[in-house]
Design a protein around this ligand. Structure first.
Ligand code: 3PZ
Ligand code: ZN
Length: 320
């Protein structure tokens, strides 16, 4: 089994920022704020965040903020809760949360909570449990969870879980969710939001843990739902959920480490969704973060709920 090509991955992450003319950058242009979070958190986990020009990142990031308090995916792009969390996460990596008007960002997120406790992603109103996680994670980082109705937010997520569990297949596996496919990414959002709000006692950990550990396939990789191919990003969604509900010993850590390492481009750096596919920043981040959760040597530990380095989360929690 090969080793983690740390130096190559650092060079790959730094090079993505410089290439502005290829297909990947055109696709990524409107979600550059997410890309910044994926790339910079990867660098931090690899111990290389100091190679980045903090002032350059922070001044670009601040130019993406709107009067509403929300952030866009890039300069002159509409605000959305998706980019607002990434902006807050990037600032927390650099210990630069003091550059934002916290009450303004808070009021943007508060304005997106609906009567039933759910959250919309932006002013257009699409509702998703992903946005519940984002709102809760973001407000927790800003020490402003008391500004939303947490009880209603939690009730909405638990309602989602009931739908998930009531969609049991004949074989006992979960096959669907109300209004959509069951998806490990969605499970992560719900479990993460419940972890941050201290409500994990509300989930059936054995039942959920069993569905999650069934995601490991022969190659050692994890898939997002039954019958699907494994994908490195599910190493994160599934593994972090298993850790949060204390059932990580139900999968083979060794086999998963091998699968993630097999997805590296050992020549040019970066990690892909599965072996021999093209690399991208997204899968490089989730591959490295997954290895961190698996306690791979030489990586900073990552927090499974906040998806930030543990030292960053501790700094946030212990400074007020
Ligand atoms: C990818 N997005 O909709 S996206 C994403 N996917 O913005 C970023 N695993 O084509 C990159 N699939 C690559 N760099 C893929 C983010 C998706 C997830 C697609 C994907 C990942 C399998 C098919 C949704 C957080 C945020 C966003 C998502 C999930 C979690 C794409 C396709 C989609 C997207 C971007 C690029 C290259 C990178
Ligand atoms: Zn993926």
């Amino acid at each position: 089994m090969g080793e983690l090509a740390t130096e190559k991955h650092v060079r790959y992450i730094l090079s993505v920022e410089k290439r502005k003319d290829n297909f990947e950058s055109v696709v990524m242009e409107h979600l550059r704020m997410n890309g910044a979070y994926w790339g910079l958190t990867t660098l931090d986990l690899l111990g290389k965040l100091h190679t980045v020009d903090v002032d350059e990142v922070v001044s670009w990031l601040m130019s993406c903020q709107h009067d509403s308090g929300g952030f866009g995916g890039n300069v002159e792009h509409d605000p959305h809760i998706l980019y607002t969390l990434s902006a807050v996460q990037v600032l927390s990596l650099f210990d630069k949360l003091d550059v934002i008007d916290v009450d303004k960002v808070t009021s943007y997120i508060v304005s997106l909570q609906n009567e039933d406790g759910s959250f919309s992603g932006d002013m257009w109103g699409e509702v998703d449990t992903r946005f519940s996680y984002i709102a809760i994670c973001c407000l927790s980082i800003l020490h402003r969870l008391d500004k939303i109705n947490v009880e209603k937010a939690v009730k909405y997520i638990i309602f989602f879980f009931f739908g998930f569990i009531s969609c049991k297949n004949m074989d006992g596996g979960f096959g669907c969710t109300p209004g959509g496919e069951s998806h490990a990414g969605q499970i992560f959002c719900c479990v993460g939001a419940l972890a941050i709000t201290g409500s994990l006692d509300l989930v059936d950990k054995d039942l959920l843990g069993w569905w999650l550990c069934e995601r490991q396939v022969k190659s050692g990789g994890l898939n997002g739902r039954p019958e699907k191919l494994p994908d490195v990003c599910y190493s994160w969604w599934v593994l972090s959920s298993l850790i949060m509900i204390d059932r990580v010993h139900w999968i083979s850590k060794e086999k998963l480490i091998k699968f993630i390492l097999d997805c590296q481009d050992t020549e040019n750096g970066g990690i892909s969704d599965r072996p021999d596919d093209a690399v991208d920043v997204f899968h490089t981040f989730f591959g490295v973060a997954g290895l961190s959760l698996l306690e791979y040597p030489g990586l900073k530990p990552v927090d499974p709920a906040y998806a930030l380095p543990v030292d960053v989360v501790n700094r946030i929690i212990f400074t007020k």
